[in-house]
Design a protein around this ligand. Sequence first.
Ligand code: NAD
Length: 424
Amino acid sequence: MSYIEPAPIKDKENPLESMMQRFDKAVELLGITEEMYQILKVPRKQVIVGLPVTMDSGEIKTFEGYRVIHSTILGPSKGGIRFDPDVNLDEVRALAAWMTWKCAVVDIPYGGAKGGVACNPREMSAGEMERLMRAYTTAMLDVFGPDQDIPAPDMGTGPREMAWLMDEYSKSKGMTIQAVVTGKPLVLGGSLGRTEATGRGVMVSALAGMEKLRINPYRATAVVQGFGNVGSHAARLLRERGVAIHAISDISGAYYNDQGIDIDAAIAYRDSNRGSLEGFSGAETFNPDELFTIPVDVLVPAAKEDVITKINAGAIKARMIVEGANGPTSSKADDIIHEKGIMVVPDILANAGGVTVSYFEWVQNRIGYKWTLERVNRRTDRIMKDSFDKVYQTSLKYKVSLRIAAYIVAIEKVSSTYTYRGGF
Ligand code: NAD
């Protein structure tokens, strides 16, 4: 099988290049050596596999799959598996590094990894997906393991695919090994609280930021872009804590109500309307391009990457941005936002509630005991709040944004662990 590495995209803002620019900035401030820079930058392991799969037509189609282990210095590597036509090694490599920094920011004992298969799940039957997932798992038997590398769902995969992965891996070992993967269905050892965990972390981060800015949640307003898993749970939990959600949006459009949107009603409507807010009567529709220009206390981008750019950053009127999505802000927009004095709780901190509860799932699988929802939530809240405080203190110490401070916290942790362990 030939492998052609994709060329980097020149002069185009993209979330992965933006991450590297912030990484470089944090490294410069920390003053780490060139040797350490290379250790942190180069992934430990990159695996490319060819996966022949029998399609429903009887034809055998061969897919290309990847798994990149960026770091295992803090513990077994952790990261999702992406099924998407655009997956390539370059992207998987950058996303694996992203996982290293995210786990280190919230201080959970994992390294970073990511996997992917170039395929189009929307055009595949359940049977084809199952055969592909099982083929990928078999090809990665010596990579995955509860003490080595623990996958999870990402774009195009979910609990169903994780169940197949766990089953295939377990069969190869002759025993049930739940802890090899997280994001499983509850009956297979999934954790209570996982579904809402990322939105919950966004809520905790938003409240922690509001406290620093002396914003009273009961008088605060917010807008949320994206009304899927992260956006709707973040909106619901913020509303529960007093924040009025003036606008929400999804792929169907944007919805505004100056009295505050009834979020439970919006969720119920979406769930009865094939996942879409289209036709929701509890708010007026408006131009989605104007979402970021609404003067509110909190803006939560929770849809997709690269939505806040140098083109629209100047028009943002929120006092703080809490990044539910991965990479919603380009690095060129960072300076504009910083100059405007807007606090940004960065993605690697704000949306780390998800990986935190994945870690709890793995812990529960290993001890063979199920925690209550109350225990999962309490521990998630504590990790998120402690992590926010650490990043905030670091931002004061280095006089930098919370984003650069988050990278400093992560890089400092990983690089000092390398230094203590040594052995080069
Ligand atoms: P999802 O598919 O459940 O929801 C995405 C939502 O965004 C949908 O409501 C969709 O209609 C909307 N959307 C898509 N394009 C839009 C656009 N142009 N304008 C407005 N809305 C748009 O996805 P999710 O799991 O909620 O993930 C959202 C983001 O959060 C992604 O960037 C993801 O990588 C990130 N994230 C998710 C998790 C998690 O646990 N689900 C964890 C960390 C980060």
